[in-house]
Design a protein around this ligand. Structure first.
Ligand code: ZN
Length: 209
């Protein structure tokens, strides 16, 4: 498939899996482009041409970098060097989706070093299926982003900082912080005592009496 599809499909999947996390989404998109390092004219190959020509000369296109062995090796290496588990998952997701997409567009040497090609389909690059997958990946991304916004509008991101409203409509800060200045604010402390700040509610009458 085309480079844009290789990036957008895993980005959409990662976005849905990891609650639209931007770092993991970007990681999956880049990992989705990485296997074509074995093709000097690809997005990655053009940027790392010195490595790209070398890999293509040694093994050829859609071989070692498009194999199950490579996905497993990257996953194990990531865990060994203590890369956070979700990041390793995002890398393997991106890399694995690339292998699957290429298997559907002519085949890959999935079982490398075996020379046997695994062919899921022969959909042409930039063809109808390529475009459909591109749109599908983009829709996944939009859906995951919408789910995250919906969730965070209903649930404050940091309730211990933001505070929450009580049944009587008073605004209570979880850590007893004053949430603003110049207006009436109520918060609770450990003993349940309530304090009103922002204006003098006694109006000085207590002192006068
Ligand atoms: Zn490829």
């Amino acid at each position: 498939m085309s480079g844009r599809t290789h990036a957008i499909v895993p980005a959409g999947l990662a976005s849905l899996l990891f609650n639209a996390d931007p770092l993991l989404t970007l990681t999956a998109a880049l990992a989705g482009l990485a296997p074509d390092i074995d093709e000097p004219y690809s997005v990655m190959g053009q940027r790392f041409w010195f490595l790209s020509w070398w890999i293509k000369y040694l093994w050829g296109h859609r071989t070692i970098s498009h194999s199950l062995l490579m996905v497993v090796m990257i996953g194990v290496a990531g865990l060994v060097v203590m890369i956070p588990f979700p990041v390793v998952c995002a890398i393997c997701l991106g890399w694995g989706s690339h292998v699957l997409l290429d298997a559907a567009s002519g085949g890959v040497m999935f079982w490398w070093p075996s020379k046997e090609r695994w062919v899921l389909g022969r959909f042409p690059v930039y063809g109808v299926m390529d475009r459909a997958l591109l749109v599908g990946g983009f829709l996944l991304f939009l859906v995951s982003f919408w789910i995250r916004v919906e969730h965070e509008v209903k649930t404050p991101i940091m309730p211990h900082v933001m505070g929450s409203a009580t049944e009587s409509g008073e605004w209570v800060s979880g850590e007893g912080r004053m949430m603003g200045r110049g207006r009436e604010e109520t918060w609770s402390e450990g003993g349940g005592n309530e304090h009103v700040v922002g204006r003098d509610v006694s109006g000085g009458k207590d002192q006068a009496s």
